[in-house]
Design a protein around this ligand. Structure first.
Ligand code: HEC
Length: 129
């Protein structure tokens, strides 16, 4: 009889554990995309991201880690989010840059319009560390 109870207790315990686990997973999944969902409702975010995805930026940049160029989140943290800095960084995207983060230069992007480059910077400035 005791063994029987023990077996039931074990089954209940295992059941409880596994259902707990699946709850945790669901919570984790619903917690992490929330800020992204907020951001993606922002038209500056969507347009900038689309332009960056279409261009070659992501061969050298990642959002949150240094690649060849600095992480976009680091760029966002370094500069005050002013119109003047949007112009400044857009200019560097168009003409190329170098010497700020490392001696490695950024290639120029003369094929982009100033408007598009500014839109990319607006997207970068929406990223927070
Ligand atoms: C060939 C690699 C490469 C590509 C492609 C590239 N970058 Fe960069 N980017 C760099 C490097 C390297 C730096 C750091 C330059 C420095 O130290 O001044 C940089 C710096 C930057 C900065 C910060 C500039 C500063 O002075 O702080 C921004 C903003 C930026 N890139 C945006 C972009 C965007 C947007 C694109 C796509 C249109 C792009 N990059 C494509 C390599 C690249």
């Amino acid at each position: 009889m005791k063994k029987y109870l023990l077996a039931i207790a074990l089954v209940v315990l295992i059941g409880a554990c596994s259902s707990n686990n699946s709850n945790e997973k669901k919570e984790a999944a619903s917690v992490s995309p929330a800020p992204v969902a907020d951001l993606s409702a922002n038209p500056d975010y969507q347009k900038g991201l689309a332009l960056i995805a279409k261009s070659d930026c992501l061969t050298c940049h990642k959002t949150d880690a240094k690649l060849i160029g600095p992480a976009y989140k680091d760029v966002s943290a370094k500069y005050e989010h002013t119109e003047a800095n949007i112009e400044l960084l857009a200019g560097k995207i168009l003409k190329g840059g170098g010497g700020v983060w490392s001696p490695v230069p950024m290639t120029p992007h003369p094929q982009l319009s100033l408007e598009d480059a500014k839109q990319m910077v607006k997207y970068i400035f929406l990223l927070n560390k």
